[in-house]
Design a protein around this ligand. Structure first.
Ligand code: FAD
Ligand code: PYC
Length: 417
């Protein structure tokens, strides 16, 4: 359909407050039953629905979101995408996601603004550098791009980074993943939503799941703020609220829900064309396409569901950034916010079946699940369709906390826990 835009149509649209704009996805009423229900309309839930429809031919699917899609951690994160995890199980899962990111805008026909500008993880001590060398070697063995970078190379590559030997925590070097970068988080939610909707997925917002219908150990449906809905397959993808929903189903998860904060500055001209993270001083920074410096912290140490954190964490993170980039002390901060992240004991996700047949959970991504959005949806869709884990998510079952087969990724998580 051809459209004519003019100064007048812009004016008319402003006055009618976008009432004539076409919907990008439908706003359906919930049906009485679906073949599969996804609880949680964040990036992971929407991606799960999309791949379930696209790769496995499901058409009768609903995504139930208690607020608005992308209003949880998906719209609150600092958008770092990388796959440089230590252990083979984790690196293969995150690398699957990275490969999907590399074709995502074309696949969804929606620009998710994936920018592979590289991510540096700084080392400030000999032990940091030993860990970096070990992780880079492990990544290379798994076919993942990774390099050890010297202090001299950092000085050249990142103007403004304080690489002086006199710094409180001198920078000795870093790891670099050149294919890593950032993406536009809202666009990821919107792109998956539009593509899933086009395949017939019902995206139902303002619909909170308040309980489950279970008979003889099998899931039969969900109770919601808009009535009961039947389904023999239900996936719960609610990040920081996973423990609450597990409670409705009668089991416990080894998760703690913590606030994680981030902040942005006033917009600046381009000053930083990469992503810099330091676990030792507890801060990381990039610059958004709007020009804002995007700064993040370690988690707030207490447990809670309020989407806000403490002032001392903000102060600590900003001190870290000023230590790394002294010139940024003159930049004014614009706003801050928090999300609730679901941290597991080994800093790895839980993806797969639960003690209730037909009920699947995908949670425990903690501070690092945005990068995993495509891969997480892809493996969960496979698991639901086949009622069996894909080999990429088989190591991430809930049982590992009983068997002891943990996958310790605290080091690669790169955000202080
Ligand atoms: P969410 O986007 O939180 O979606 C879950 C949805 O479930 C929410 O929309 C919620 O409203 C809904 N829900 C909850 N309960 C119910 C219910 N009862 N019924 C219906 N719906 C319900 N990761 C990275 O990889 N890189 C980063 O740079 C990064 N930075 C981060 C910075 C911050 C400040 C935060 C908070 C997180 C960061 N993360 C990062 C982590 C990342 O944001 C999350 O791991 C990821 O977004 C989780 O996606 P999700 O779709 O599972 O969760
Ligand atoms: O996992 O890369 C990450 C990350 C960065 C900020 C928060 N998480």
């Amino acid at each position: 359909m051809s459209r004519r835009y003019s100064a007048f149509s812009l004016f008319a649209n402003a006055l009618n407050y976008n009432r004539k704009w076409p919907r990008v996805w439908r706003n359906p009423e919930p049906k009485a039953s679906y073949d599969a229900i996804i609880v949680g309309g964040g990036g992971h839930g929407l991606a799960t629905a999309y791949y379930l429809a696209k790769e496995h031919g499901y058409r009768n699917i609903a995504v139930l979101e208690k607020g608005w899609i992308g209003g949880g951690n998906t719209g609150r994160n600092t958008t770092i995408v990388r796959s440089n995890y230590l252990w083979t199980e984790a690196s293969l899962l995150y690398e699957k996601s990275m490969k999907l990111w590399e074709g995502l805008s074309a696949d969804l026909n929606y620009n998710v603004m994936f920018s592979q500008r590289g991510v540096y993880n700084l080392g400030h001590s000999l032990q940091d550098m030993r860990d970096i060398e070990r992780r880079v070697a492990a990544n290379q063995l798994n076919g993942i791009d990774a390099q050890v970078v010297s202090r001299q190379q950092l000085t050249k590559a990142i103007p403004g980074l304080n690489t002086a030997a006199t710094a409180r925590y001198p920078i000795l070097g870093a790891s670099l993943q050149p294919r890593a970068g950032v993406a536009r988080h809202d666009a990821v939610a919107w792109g998956y939503a539009r593509a899933a909707d086009a395949l017939g997925v019902d995206i139902i917002q303002q619909c909170e799941v308040t309980g489950f219908d279970m008979q003889a150990g099998q899931i039969r449906g969900v109770r919601t703020s808009r009535g009961d809905i039947a389904a023999n397959k239900v996936a719960v993808v609610v990040a920081g609220h996973a423990s609450v929903l597990a409670g409705y189903a009668g089991f416990r998860l080894p998760l703690e829900s913590h606030p994680l904060q981030a902040f942005v500055s006033e917009p600046l001209k381009p000053v930083l064309d990469t992503v810099v993270m330091s676990n030792a001083v507890h801060g990381y920074i990039s610059q958004s396409d709007k020009g804002e410096l995007v700064v993040g912290a370690g988690i707030d140490s207490y447990i809670g569901y309020g989407q806000r954190g403490s002032f001392q964490t903000i102060e600590h993170a900003l001190q870290a950034i000023i230590e790394l980039f002294p010139a940024f002390s003159r930049v004014r901060m614009l706003r801050m916010w928090g999300g609730i992240v679901d941290v597991s004991p080994d800093a790895c996700p839980i993806i797969g079946p639960t003690p209730v047949k037909g009920l699947y959970f995908n949670c425990g991504w903690g501070t690092g699940g945005f990068k995993a959005t495509p891969g997480s949806g892809w493996v969960l869709a496979h698991t639901m369709a086949h009622d069996q884990a894909h080999e990429l998510n088989a190591p991430f079952k809930l049982e590992r906390f009983a068997s002891g087969a943990l996958i310790d990724e605290h080091g690669a998580a790169a955000v202080a826990h």
